[in-house]
Write a protein that binds this ligand. Structure first.
Ligand SMILES: Cc1cc2nc3c(=O)[nH]c(=O)nc-3n(C[C@H](O)[C@H](O)[C@H](O)COP(=O)(O)OP(=O)(O)OC[C@H]3O[C@@H](n4cnc5c(N)ncnc54)[C@H](O)[C@@H]3O)c2cc1C
Length: 283
């Protein structure tokens, strides 16, 4: 890697000015766990790197009924946070199942979203929680619902001069589950993952949210499957039909981690288990 400009601003205004000046000639560097391997494998040849670890945007707090994550909040800090465990358990689970101790220590929530992997674990949990993403530039900031953020594998609506600054997560009552399936039990990228959020009145389902990852070009919400169970009494038959509908809304591909055929079957089982878990039904 030759002649790469490296900036480590300590002020958000300076970071946004650098992004405004360099635009697509600069790449944001957070924990580097996605970016550095891409550079090492010559998939990317950055001209300038803007490191955001000194900006002080790594906090986690609750504000006006939402959890607010600074983009540089690390996966380890999310996994260890009592606030997240209490108010956003699927995100806590996703964080604790993501990567290894070493990667979690530096990997950030902003990086997991901006990298836009369809298999992103924090991204999947955040999709199920209807998170909002705050993008800041020297011209101002805008808030994008997570459902509108991803446009394809590795692609988002973020413009080159924008920094993903915060992630807002509405705190919602209900029962949740996050499950991932990898090729092994730990330190594994998801072959499929799912985040489920249900409000239950006894056995009757009120609100339902089902997010699915690694099953389409982007993380997705399975809206038809959600509609199928809203207001319905949940038993294993209803759950099985809902899980089948959820994967019918996906479009998995064959890759080095699994075939589309396998993902359809494993994804269906995963969604079924997560729904049963959230509904408090023993399979
Ligand atoms: C060994 C290993 C295991 C892994 N396991 C998992 C796993 O189990 N689950 C999982 O989901 N992921 C996994 N990953 C992927 C990675 O750790 C996560 O996606 C991580 O959250 C990326 O965050 P980062 O801070 O390292 O991002 P970086 O690598 O620094 O950046 C990733 C991308 O996002 C951009 N970016 C970062 N922050 C911002 C920002 N604030 N604003 C704008 N753009 C930004 C960068 O320019 C780059 O394009 C693994 C990676 C490794 C190396």
């Amino acid at each position: 890697m030759n002649d790469v400009g490296y900036f480590a601003p300590a002020d958000i205004g300076d970071a946004l000015k650098l992004l405004a000046d360099y635009g697509d000639k600069a790449i944001v560097l957070a924990g580097g766990t996605d970016l550095v391997p891409a550079i090492n494998y010559y998939e990317l040849k950055p001209e300038n790197l803007i490191y955001i670890g000194n900006l002080g945007i790594d906090g986690i707090k609750e504000e006006n009924g939402k959890l607010v994550f600074g983009a540089a909040a690390t996966t380890a800090s999310i996994a260890a946070s009592d606030l997240v465990a209490q108010k956003a358990p699927t995100l806590a689970q996703a964080a604790s199942l993501s990567g290894s101790v070493a990667t979690r220590t530096v990997a950030t929530v902003g990086g997991n979203l901006a990298n836009a992997s369809p298999a992103a674990d924090l991204g999947c949990a955040l999709m199920g929680m209807e998170a909002e993403i705050v993008l800041a530039s020297a011209k101002g900031s805008r808030t994008v619902p997570i459902a509108e953020f991803f446009t394809g594998p590795g692609e988002t609506v973020r413009k080159p001069d924008e920094l993903l600054q915060e992630v807002h997560v509405p705190v919602a009552a209900g029962n949740t589950a996050f499950l991932k399936l990898g090729r092994r039990k730990a330190l594994t990228i998801s072959v499929a993952n799912t985040a489920v959020h249900l409000t239950m009145d006894g056995k009757k389902c009120g609100e339902a949210r089902i997010a699915l990852g690694a099953m389409a070009p982007t993380l997705l919400r399975c809206s038809k499957a959600e509609e199928m169970i809203k207001g319905k009494t949940l038993d294993m038959t209803a759950i099985g039909e809902c899980a089948a509908q959820a994967v019918a809304e996906s479009a998995p591909i064959d890759d080095q981690r699994g075939t589309a055929w396998y993902r359809m079957r494993a994804g269906e089982a995963l969604v079924g288990r997560a729904l049963a878990q959230a509904a408090g039904i023993n399979e």
